[in-house]
Design a protein around this ligand. Structure first.
Ligand SMILES: Cc1cc2nc3c(=O)[nH]c(=O)nc-3n(C[C@H](O)[C@H](O)[C@H](O)COP(=O)(O)OP(=O)(O)OC[C@H]3O[C@@H](n4cnc5c(N)ncnc54)[C@H](O)[C@@H]3O)c2cc1C
Ligand code: FES
Length: 268
């Protein structure tokens, strides 16, 4: 679907989850029913000139009312000026949003043996992905979710996954929750036992690079959602260029060609 540009949307709720993490619920056009997991929106947190540029956020989940989409949620971490402004928004405030943008995760009909991996705030698009997989009514008995963080407070959405019947395998770097290791360790072990159809992942670049290597070693397809700096979100400024694999010697644009990429084509 073509993105809806500069839509004025209403803040329904903006809830602090602790440790600088918020969940914001916004109204949206009913066409967002066609959005796919991994797509994102560009949000301008205020009407003033500062910050000038909108900020990109993955669609965390769609809100449905009586069968149609009435809103969406973003999960965000406060890191700078734009997200500080977002955190101040109150129910009833109106902001500007453009989306849905970019290429989301490709969910082929025959795919069922799936690993989902999320690191920190990278869990944001993965809840929407898991919900969509469940709604597709495929056999998901082999689906496994791996969620990692540096420490316990980085582990997000565990209850949301559990509410849809998915118990996540949890890791932390400091051992404050789950296994004390990198989230890529149990993934690697799981792949050695049982080769899935595909891995879907989102998180820090180092984590994604490691997962791409694991996927290649086990001959498994892998799609990752990456975060880059973005100014326009629509392919106009070329500010989000990422290197394609060396053999291609060319650049891809995270906002148009991604943010979800097959790791066979991305120079991670
Ligand atoms: C496609 C996409 C989806 C995203 N989804 C989410 C999401 O669901 N939840 C979420 O919390 N964040 C998400 N991000 C990152 C989010 O866009 C940035 O955190 C946000 O733009 C920071 O804005 P700011 O004004 O608060 O920070 P700024 O003042 O602009 O920057 C503060 C710090 O954050 C770094 N930073 C800024 N933008 C990015 C970026 N795009 N990627 C990595 N580091 C950045 C800067 O280098 C700086 O160190 C996503 C980014 C992309 C590209
Ligand atoms: S953000 Fe402008 S081209 Fe990608």
């Amino acid at each position: 679907m073509a993105p809806i540009t500069d839509q004025k949307v209403e803040v329904f709720a903006n809830t602090a989850l602790g440790h600088g993490i918020y969940r914001i619920r916004l109204s949206c056009h009913r066409q967002y029913a066609q959005a796919v997991p991994g797509q994102f929106v560009m949000v301008r947190p205020n009407q003033q000139i500062d910050p000038l540029l909108p900020r990109p956020f993955s669609i965390h989940q769609l809100i449905r009312h009586k069968g149609s989409v009435s809103g969406l949620e973003l999960l965000y971490k406060v890191v700078g000026k734009g997200t500080q402004l977002l955190a101040r928004l109150q129910p009833g405030d109106r902001i500007s949003m453009t989306g849905p943008l970019g290429q989301g995760f490709e969910i082929a009909a025959k795919v069922s043996n799936i690993k989902i991996v999320a690191g920190g705030i990278g869990v944001a698009p993965m809840l929407f992905l898991a919900q969509t997989l469940i709604e597709s009514k495929r056999n998901l008995s082999s689906l496994e979710v791996f969620i990692g963080g540096r420490t316990r407070s980085d582990l997000l959405c565990l209850q949301d996954f559990s509410a849809i019947g998915l118990a996540a395998r949890v890791t932390t770097d400091d051992g404050s929750s789950g296994d004390q290791c990198l989230v890529t360790d149990p993934l690697d072990a799981a792949l050695a036992e049982n080769r899935p159809d595909i891995i879907y992942a989102c998180g820090p670049m180092e984590m994604l690079a490691c997962i791409a290597g694991i996927a290649e070693r086990h001959h498994v397809r892998c799609q990752v959602s990456i975060e880059t700096m973005m100014a326009c979100g629509m392919g106009a400024c070329l500010g989000c260029a990422v290197a394609a694999r060396k053999d291609n010697q060319r650049y891809l644009h995270a906002c148009k060609d991604g943010p979800v990429f097959d790791t066979r084509y991305l120079g991670l």
